[in-house]
Design a protein around this ligand. Structure first.
Ligand code: FAD
Length: 432
């Protein structure tokens, strides 16, 4: 008989809540990772750097487990088929895993829990990727917050060492299931190749103390680039939040709270993955011009700050937060293209893609989300450039031809005209 620990978006051994609880159970623990074909089959880019990153991360986990006389069971299939195989090959009593708050993941886990029950096995799940989840930070009447500031206040009030302390997983490694090395399928055999794209490292401490001054300037290395590691759990949020909480100033901690706020919103309002948080915003009559969408994707809008952002995204899988706001505002407001088109494009390209934050960020830009700011906040690309890239360093890095301004293509839409058109379209939708 074995108990299984199922890795998903927590690809590390240290300070892993579910793994800790598994190792403290009464059976030896076999670790499992499934390359979910339902997700992988939908990825168009067979060199998707995120798949390569997951592959490398689980390879490291497997090496480490093998040093302790165990291994990692790696399967490539739909989760139900993969689990049927596990249940056929092993006598499984309990399965341990960490919570995932995305709608697809919640459905998947419900289905697997049912399948396990049929085999007299149970699914035990734990909070791991956030400090506070689901109903832990709610209004006094028990309802979820839908506004960030009071949520963040309550989050900070509730924070103490208990929530930040790490799980001493290594102490219990002796409870790992002993086995020969289990086969690791090649990346090629699951249909992918390494991209060669650079993966940011896990360092973040050097930016935290000056974050408030540097965060808004895309030409600086003023943010941490830790997003990808938080997404796949290659760092522990408890460790990261501890460092953020001990920093001289707390702006960076606030960003981590935004991450949890959006996950909490996605958990309570799963319909917002595909619909406006404020339902009346689903009535907006988008223009959805395919040509203009293509120009935006390729960084050819004629607005250098927008183009620089999109080119940074296309080349590196990353875009600075300030520029994410500018490009998202431009797409949804200046071009009147459905924010969901942009959300999907970012989802394909961002290494740090996180459904809750991406949807949250896009709905913030489109004005349809939890944010209270009125829809007539429309970013002016030129004013944003003057303020946040005054020496045009960021623009020149990503749009070198901008140096010769006379040759730079004309804007695909005039901002002043687009602004008025947007105000009209939003007003009509919201008053109808
Ligand atoms: P830092 O500035 O160093 O912040 C540290 C961490 O805090 C980030 O890695 C992230 O986990 C979290 N964080 C920071 N800002 C936010 C925020 N506004 N909302 C939620 N979490 C935040 N973030 C994602 O992680 N994934 C996304 O898919 C994503 N899509 C976005 C789309 C749009 C349109 C916008 C406006 C923002 C989006 N963000 C997203 C939020 C933010 O832009 C990124 O988290 C940030 O740029 C990542 O860079 P960093 O790791 O250097 O962040």
């Amino acid at each position: 008989t074995v108990n299984i620990f199922w890795f998903r978006r927590d690809l590390r051994l240290d300070d892993n809540a579910g793994l800790y609880h598994a190792l403290k159970s009464d059976q030896p623990v076999l670790c499992l990772f499934i390359f979910d074909s339902e997700i992988l089959d939908k990825l168009n880019d067979k060199k998707d750097a995120r798949v390569g990153f997951i592959y490398d991360s689980i390879s490291n986990v497997r090496d480490e487990l093998q040093k302790h006389g165990s291994s990692l069971l790696v399967l490539h299939n739909s989760p139900d088929k993969a689990w049927e195989k596990v249940l056929k090959d092993y006598d499984v009593k309990e399965v341990y895993t960490n919570h995932d708050y995305e709608p697809y993941a919640k459905q998947r886990d419900e289905a697997i829990a049912k399948l396990l029950a049929k085999h007299n096995a149970s699914l035990k799940t734990f909070k791991d990727q956030v400090i506070f989840e689901k109903g832990e930070v709610v209004k006094n009447d028990g309802k979820p917050y839908t506004v960030f500031t009071p949520y963040s206040r309550k989050w900070k009030d509730k924070l103490n060492d208990f929530y930040l302390s790490s799980y001493p997983v290594k102490k219990y490694f002796k409870n790992l299931y002993k086995t020969e090395a289990l086969p690791l399928p090649s990346l090629k055999s699951i249909g992918f190749e390494q991209s060669g794209q650079e993966i940011p490292d896990k360092k973040y401490t050097d930016v935290i103390d000056n974050y408030a001054e540097t965060r808004d300037f895309p030409a600086l290395q003023g943010t941490s680039r830790i997003g990808l590691h938080l997404r796949f759990g290659t760092v522990s949020i408890r460790k990261v939040a501890t460092d953020a909480n001990e920093a001289r100033e707390k702006t960076w901690l606030n960003e981590l709270i935004w991450r949890e706020f959006y996950m909490m919103v996605m958990h309570h309002f799963p319909q917002t993955a595909n619909h406006a948080f404020k339902p009346e915003y689903d009535r907006i009559k988008w223009i959805n011009d395919e040509e203009q969408f293509k120009a935006w994707c390729e960084g050819k809008t004629g607005y250098p700050i927008v183009d620089a952002g999109m080119r940074q995204l296309n080349a590196t899988g990353y875009m600075h937060n300030r520029v994410r706001m500018i490009t998202a505002s431009f797409l949804s407001k200046d071009l009147l293209i459905d924010w969901r088109w942009g959300e999907r494009y970012f989802a394909e390209k961002l290494l740090d893609y996180e459904m809750a934050s991406n949807v949250g960020g896009w709905q913030w830009a489109a004005g349809s989300g939890t944010d209270a700011a009125p829809y007539f906040r429309i970013f002016n690309p030129e004013a944003q450039t003057k303020k946040f890239d005054p020496e045009l360093k960021y623009i020149k890095k990503w749009v070198p031809e901008y140096a010769d301004f006379s040759k730079y293509p004309k804007p695909i839409v005039d901002h002043a005209f687009a602004r008025e058109r947007c105000l009209k379209a939003f007003k009509e939708a919201l008053s109808s």
